[in-house]
Design a protein around this ligand. Structure first.
Ligand SMILES: [Zn+2]
Length: 215
């Protein structure tokens, strides 16, 4: 994905995303603003859901919201790499982080992925897989339903919107395995829960969710 770095250099301003201080190349926030980020590593231990534990790195503060927005919609891939490095740090330093076999990004519908040019979750899952020595399975899940954006939907509508939205392409590959599922924001959990339901029905052992933020 070399052209990413080319347009990063063209588009990505070498200024702190929050306070405009000058940065060294490749950084997203200055050290002062990084210190202001509240690393929550909040967890949900699930009873009503099909996943086992959901981890989130940050609260959905205005700064995190703006960073995620620019990553997804303004193609600021450096922001994704920054979040990925924080996720790796979290996984590697958390004492009781579970044993993982496969890391899977929440897929985008192919039309959406083509329009955006990349899947934001896959940028992060790829870096996690590489640095934590997990197997990366970016293509095992497919989003078959073109779902409308969930931003303005309530809990029940979100659930209906993503029900049966995904298909599993090679179920035998993941049977009995522990999966780490990557998404950008955990809101009601409808999307990751729909996927977890599909995976559990196909014999996956444990499902852990890791998102950048919890809304
Ligand atoms: Zn700053």
């Amino acid at each position: 994905m070399n052209y990413f770095s080319v347009f990063i250099d063209l588009i990505f301003p070498q200024k702190c995303h929050s306070c405009n201080a000058k940065l060294t190349k490749g950084n997203v926030l200055c050290s002062h603003c990084q210190e202001q980020l509240f690393f929550i590593s909040k967890t949900i231990i699930s009873e009503d859901n099909d996943f086992d534990i959901a981890y989130a790195l940050y609260d959905f503060s205005p700064l995190i919201k703006s960073l995620i927005h620019d990553f997804k919609y303004n193609e600021m891939i450096n922001i994704g790499k920054f979040f990925a490095s924080k996720a790796v740090e979290f996984i590697q330093t958390k004492q009781d982080f579970p044993k993982i076999d496969f890391v899977i990004p929440v897929p985008l519908h192919s039309v959406k992925k083509r329009a955006r040019g990349f899947n934001q979750s896959e940028i992060i899952s790829k870096i996690i897989a590489k640095n934590c020595d997990y197997k990366h399975l970016p293509n095992v899940l497919k989003r078959k339903k073109f779902t409308q954006t969930q931003t303005r939907l309530g809990r029940a509508e979100r659930k209906a919107n993503v029900s049966n939205a995904f298909v599993l392409k090679t179920p035998q590959k993941i049977e009995g395995k522990n999966i780490l599922l990557i998404d950008d924001v955990f809101t009601t959990g409808a999307t990751v829960n729909s996927i977890s339901n599909l995976l559990k029905n196909n014999g996956v052992s444990k499902i852990y969710i890791l998102t950048i933020a919890r809304a």
